[in-house]
Design a protein around this ligand. Sequence first.
Ligand SMILES: C[S@@+](CC[C@H](N)C(=O)[O-])C[C@H]1O[C@@H](n2cnc3c(N)ncnc32)[C@H](O)[C@@H]1O
Length: 335
Amino acid sequence: MDETTPDRLIVIGNAFRSAKALLSAVELGVFTALAEGPEDQERLSKRLGIHARGARDFLDTLVALGLLDRDARGRYANTPETALYLDRRKATYIGGEFEHAGAYVYPGWSALTQALRTGQAQSGARATGHYGALYADTAALERLVKGMTGGSLPVAKALATKFQWHDYETVADVGTAQGCLPVHIALAHPHIGGVGFDLPPVQPLFEAYVEQHGLTPRLRFQAGDFLRDGLPGADVLVFGRILHNWDLATKRKLVTQAYAALPPGGALIVYERLIDDARKFNASALLASLNMLIMTAGGFDFTGADCVSWLEEAGFQNIETISLTAEVSMVVGRK
Ligand SMILES: C[S@@+](CC[C@H](N)C(=O)[O-])C[C@H]1O[C@@H](n2cnc3c(N)ncnc32)[C@H](O)[C@@H]1O
């Protein structure tokens, strides 16, 4: 008997439905509403503005996906995971990433075939290779930087423990968005201060986030364009999900500039979803690289070995690759 079944293909081919159900649930505020306590279908859907026709199937889909529980009386409740990470009012909220994905990334992925045929970015503003046009829309700017906090919060917490911060005093996070990374390093290491460097429109969002965590003036914003203005100085420079946005020449240029900006003994940390060196196993990092194809003019993700070679070329020494979360790793080089 032939044991090859099509089951796996069917699951992969329909995976976008599960993803979109989660993105819509975050957009509608399902998990934030349920943080106040369990609710039945009618009350919950009325509160969230969900039409009666799809409400039951939608909420039961979330149950079947393991994103909600339903009790014997038919009341829906968050699971421990969704209660902790998808309630907008909690400091542990990572749903900003999904809000950004729902509004911006998911629509862009419908043009993957076109991006593959043409090699051209398909998603409006970032297709120019710069963030300027995207940031002209304040709602899009806010969604993007908060989305970055959602994506970088687990990384920032891991990085606070997996790097020798006691050997250094200052950090500059290049392309900092809301400042999630320096904030969580500074919270964990009271001797650390520094800057978040980003394009000027990001300043108020960074400053509000830093203030909310009681870190003004230990952390301050430095406005600049790293393609034109060079990099800030600090003992540790961080490129978090920065290099993947750019073509190879710009990646190399940024790494070289980082070497020049660091003092002797300083360190560069690059964190990304690194593709495994065999380019065979880490589908999520390879998919992230296709995301760069859709969203940017020349960006692509890369392997740990690629990144190590750029750091070596620039002069970095004692280079290490260290896993931070299930998906993200860092490459650390010292000057
Ligand atoms: C993909 S996000 C990464 C944010 C953050 N490091 C993280 O890991 O969550 C890229 C960041 O780089 C910033 N950026 C893009 N182009 C820039 C430039 N030319 N100069 C300075 N910052 C820039 C964007 O505003 C954005 O905050």
